[in-house]
Design a protein around this ligand. Structure first.
Ligand code: ZN
Length: 165
């Protein structure tokens, strides 16, 4: 496999719903470790497969940046969201140089399959909750600027008119 590259800005792969992963095989495991490598090289805290041009529901999230630890989640789903929100500045490796204040749920329940093929379900809070929401959105073709407020979207479209919304 050629070295994977980060897909950026107007690449259509970023805007379509990715395919469900049917089987956790060696190919999926290899893809997850390559994604983790790219994420860490670029000092990202999360990366979704469509961002490297692979339209599959697979995400990696950094759990311990110092130790290079990450966790991979297949077919991720946010099954519960807290009413309580937090606002944080988010970046995205597919949109270098753009940082946006995005409001998301402070606590989420996440469901999916791990690299051992087991069904997992856990709660994420604060920053990690935002990362799981951001990356799960990617697997559905939803980008961080789609989560801006009404006026935020208008401002974004004016400022970044060359980016396909
Ligand atoms: Zn992103």
């Amino acid at each position: 496999m050629d070295r994977l590259q980060i897909k950026k800005f107007n690449d259509p792969v970023l805007r379509k719903e990715a395919q469900v992963v049917e089987k956790v095989n060696e190919e999926v495991k290899k893809l997850a470790s390559q994604m983790a490598e790219i994420m860490m090289e670029n000092e990202g805290i999360g990366l979704a497969a469509p961002q490297v041009g692979v339209s599959k529901k697979l995400i990696v999230v950094t759990t311990n940046p110092e130790k290079g630890e990450f966790s991979a989640l297949i077919n991720p789903r946010i099954v519960k969201k807290s009413k309580q929100k937090i606002k944080k500045e988010e970046g995205c490796l597919s949109f270098p140089g753009i940082f946006l204040e995005i409001e998301r749920s402070k606590e989420v329940e996440v469901e999916g399959i791990n690299l051992d093929g087991e069904r997992v379900n856990f709660t994420a809070n604060d920053l990690l909750a935002c990362v799981f929401q951001h990356e799960t959105d990617h697997t559905n073709g939803i980008l961080f600027f789609h989560r801006l407020s009404f006026w935020g979207k208008i401002m974004f479209k004016i400022r970044h008119f060359s980016i396909k919304f």
